[in-house]
Design a protein around this ligand. Structure first.
Ligand SMILES: Cc1cc2nc3c(=O)[nH]c(=O)nc-3n(C[C@H](O)[C@H](O)[C@H](O)COP(=O)(O)O)c2cc1C
Length: 168
């Protein structure tokens, strides 16, 4: 299995590299994978979520034998996030995973910042309204939405690692 990823602001890249190192797998950015990974190559594909879509997934499915998929977004992980993502990014026979990456407003153009700001407005307002009743997890999410931040952590890779190990 080869890990192929796309990353716009670096969070998916961090996860892909940590995962490759831990599982002794080759890690290739999608742009460099052509020529290095053959058409039928078994691939674990990782990409950032953009308006619910895992960037680059369609191309990866056309080119490789995608055995597993992972979307990296800014929302805290939950069953609902996973279900919504699974429906919008279905790949036949491939399990789908979700990882919380982060938000880097300074690395995206103003239009994308604006888009994200609009989409996250109600969440920010709800969290602001909670004031000092925000839990530590909610506080971390609130600060990330306001200023940017990273939730990348090696422990988050646990279920993906277990699945990869089961692939032999
Ligand atoms: C235009 C745009 C749309 C996004 N849409 C989503 C989304 O639908 N769901 C989500 O959880 N995160 C969304 N995000 C946040 C990114 O997925 C998140 O920052 C991710 O960690 C980026 O990964 P990367 O650093 O590998 O590019 C969006 C970001 C941008 C710029």
């Amino acid at each position: 299995m080869v890990i192929i990823y796309r990353s716009n602001t670096g969070f998916t890249q961090e996860y892909a590299e940590m995962l490759g190192k831990a599982e002794h797998l080759t890690v290739l950015p999608a742009g460099e994978a052509e020529g290095k990974a053959g058409p039928g190559e078994p691939v674990f594909y990782m990409g950032p979520l953009t308006a619910g879509h895992i960037a680059g997934i369609d191309k990866a499915v056309k080119r490789y034998d995608v055995r597993g998929v992972c979307g990296v977004g800014m929302s805290p992980p939950s069953q609902q996030v996973l279900d919504t993502m699974s429906k919008a990014n279905y790949v036949h026979g491939a399990p789908i995973f979700y990882l919380q990456g982060g938000w880097s407003p300074e690395k995206v153009d103003w239009f994308k910042r604006r888009m994200v700001s609009m989409v996250t407005k109600s969440t920010r307002e709800a969290l602001r309204g909670k004031g000092h009743r925000r839990t530590p997890a909610e506080e971390a999410q609130y600060q990330m939405l306001l200023k940017g931040g990273s939730f990348v952590a090696f422990e988050n890779l646990r279920s993906i690692r277990i699945w990869l190990q089961s692939q032999g």
